[in-house]
Design a binder for this molecule. Structure first.
Ligand code: SAM
Length: 224
């Protein structure tokens, strides 16, 4: 793990320029983007020492990466990890590709596709040590999107606000159907303005049934 603050600050500059052209994030000042996007993404690194069995991954996939968070800060600080991002919105993926090029990152792959389709591709199914997601969907839906990409024994990491109890309780059926075991919560506070936040972890116990994910749109319209 390498905390390259110069590169992370450069990321903020380049990201804010892209954010002027496209609506990638509500954090429009340097300070807000630094805390709300960069430090929030990097909280995952502190969790590495706290969640049993969780290690720095060789392969990571960020689903619904949008403007590149948590993907890009993690790719900068985990240079030995191959980090990929997927998002259905091509113009966001193109913006992230310009940022990657401008920062000279060589460990990032980007894909503009729906998760439900990509998870059926044998080069992507059950290939990742970690799947991350921030601000994409409730947990029961996220599990169906994320788990097919994970290797058995891999973890998914979902960034959430502190009000997660109902979502967690509502995800027990999805956890069971997808053979996932709750692995813990890492709680943190970035600054008093941002309040408490957390990352919820699940570990994959068995290979995913070929039933999942269901066809595009079904996980969202009819969650497990
Ligand atoms: N993770 C980023 C962040 O925290 O700043 C962006 C989150 S943005 C609110 C959610 C993203 O998920 C959107 O860019 C959307 O295109 C993507 N998304 C939602 N459902 C998707 C699906 N089924 N397949 C691919 N992308 C999807």
């Amino acid at each position: 793990m390498t905390i390259d603050e110069t590169k992370l600050r450069q990321l903020v500059q380049v990201f804010l320029e892209e954010n002027k052209k496209l609506n990638l994030s509500a954090f429009r000042t340097e300070e807000h983007c630094w805390v709300g996007n960069v430090l929030d993404s990097l909280s995952f690194l502190q969790a590495l020492e706290k969640i049993e069995g969780l290690r720095a991954p060789q392969t990571l996939l960020d689903i619904g990466t949008g403007g590149g968070f948590p993907l890009l800060p993690l790719a900068i600080c985990l240079p030995k990890t191959h980090c990929s991002g997927i998002d259905a919105t091509k113009k966001k993926v193109d913006a992230v590709a310009r940022i990657v090029e401008s920062l000279g990152l060589t460990n990032v792959g980007l894909f503009s596709e729906r998760f439900e389709d990509k998870a059926r591709d044998k080069n992507f199914r059950e290939k990742y040590d970690i799947v991350t997601a921030r601000a994409v969907a409730p947990i029961s839906i996220l599990l169906e999107y994320a788990v097919p990409f994970l290797k058995v024994g891999g973890f998914c990491a979902f960034w959430k606000s502190s009000k997660v109890a109902d979502e967690l309780a509502g995800s027990t059926k999805a956890q069971k159907a997808l053979s996932m075991s709750f692995a813990g919560i890492y709680e943190y506070e970035l600054s008093p303005d941002f309040g408490k936040r957390l990352i919820v972890f699940f570990r994959k116990m068995k290979a995913t049934s070929s039933e999942y994910p269901r066809k595009v749109g079904i996980p969202k319209s009819n969650p497990l």
